[in-house]
Design a protein around this ligand. Structure first.
Ligand code: KG4
Ligand code: ZN
Length: 380
């Protein structure tokens, strides 16, 4: 029986097979960018237990190019996936026979990489007679804070990564609506591009954070985007251009550290301003006020601190995933898979890899920014 949640335009529909009792143990795969990851997560009535989480980073393979090269990424996933899967099972002390399901990121992301993880998961599911759960990478980030603590739905989520920058109302698995998104770059992309202009290497976010520690950005005036608007959308392209120009004026190491601090402060401030608007709107609809920040940029200590202060100011509890689960990992995919499995939401074996797959598809398609996207569909 097909559920209403057919995300895949014709092929590989999500199927409801009847809900499953906890505990559920799921092997998850993540291959949408430059990490080959596999993890075993057990979902119990007391929350999630990460039994293993193996992440093979390809950073050294892409560093020379200043960013992720899709063909290199896909080839490396092919080489690593089998060993990473075996390690995840061995570290959990379990075998395929102990699994209740196999989950994999099915998009959005670099499609060559997504296909590697999804195909491997399909093969394992078919060979072992286990249900397959195709997971939206963003849904993985959305549940990632639940890996470290018992966080009940609903909550307000700021998802800030290299590819995405969105505010979402998360009512449950598969039930999320978008309150705002970036109209150009994602916050992590801004960190990475500015860091690249400063010759800080790849990935730039952590390097820029390290440099900012010894800086004082107060002498640089960076632009503040979309100030006249009342919505929760983000824009980082003006900041990127302004910062890239200022790099050329930097003469000393101290100048560069000061600029790094100014950039980090400006990004954190914009994230906070939009989150505060979303908190005000969210608080009108929900009595339970919980604010969660997830995604790679949530690893940034300044970003966490200012968001935590903003949450406190608006009467929201604040949660962020443990640092290891901020950046891409498979534990978050396994958990999203286990939560889907518990609801009986599994996927057909012909489910397609989707380079573009918005979490809140209805909202994304209604947005004029995304209308002229042709057959590919809205990005995020
Ligand atoms: O979630 P993630 O691993 O991948 C995506 O789904 O995009 O996020 C990676 C992004 C990169 O842009 C990286 O520079 C950024 O997160 N990032 C950081 C920090 N750690 C990772 N940005 C700022 N400060 C950090 N400490
Ligand atoms: Zn991610």
């Amino acid at each position: 029986m097909n559920s209403g949640a057919d995300y895949s335009s014709g092929t590989g529909a999500t199927t409801v097979v009847g809900s499953r009792a906890l505990p559920l143990t799921v092997l998850g795969f993540e291959t949408s960018c430059d990490e080959t990851a596999a993890a075993v997560v057990r979902l119990t009535d007391e929350g999630a237990q990460v039994l293993s989480s193996v992440v093979h980073s390809q950073i050294t393979e892409h560093a020379a190019f200043g960013g992720v090269v899709p063909e290199i990424a896909a080839r490396s996933h092919v080489e690593m996936i089998s060993g990473v899967a075996a390690r995840a099972l061995a570290e959990a002390g379990l075998d395929y026979a102990d699994m209740d399901g196999i989950a994999a990121t099915a998009g959005p992301g670099l499609v060559g990489g997504v296909m590697v993880g999804l195909s491997f998961a399909k093969g394992a599911a078919l060979a072992r007679g286990l249900p397959l759960i195709a997971v939206n990478h963003l849904e993985g980030h959305a549940v990632s804070a639940r890996l470290g603590a018992q966080i009940a739905y609903p909550f307000l989520l700021l998802l800030v990564s290299g590819g995405h920058c969105q505010l979402l109302e998360v009512r449950g698995i598969g039930d999320m609506s978008r309150l705002g998104t970036t109209i150009d770059d994602a916050a992590g992309e801004a960190f990475d591009k500015i860091a690249k202009a400063m010759d800080l290497g790849y990935p730039g976010g952590p390097a820029l954070e390290r440099l900012a520690q010894t800086g004082d950005g107060s002498r640089f005036a960076l632009p503040r985007a979309l100030l006249g608007r009342k919505d929760c959308d983000f824009s980082f392209s003006g900041l990127k251009t302004a910062a890239s120009r200022l790099v050329e004026t930097c003469e000393t190491d101290q100048d560069r550290a000061d600029l790094a601090d100014a950039v980090q402060t400006a990004i954190a401030r914009q994230l906070t301003e939009r989150s505060e608007r979303a908190m005000a709107a969210y608080a009108e609809r929900h009595e339970h006020r919980m604010f969660v920040v997830a995604g790679g940029v949530a690893a940034n200590r300044t970003v966490r601190r200012v968001l935590e202060d903003a949450a406190a100011k608006h009467g929201f509890a604040f949660m962020a995933p443990p640092l290891a689960y901020c950046t891409d990992n498979a534990a978050m995919i396994a958990l999203a898979g286990a939560e889907r499995l518990a609801l009986g939401l599994t996927s057909e074996l012909d489910v397609a890899a989707r380079p573009r797959w918005p979490l809140d598809e209805a909202r994304a398609m209604a947005d004029p920014v995304h209308q002229k996207v042709g057959r590919k569909g809205a990005k995020a």
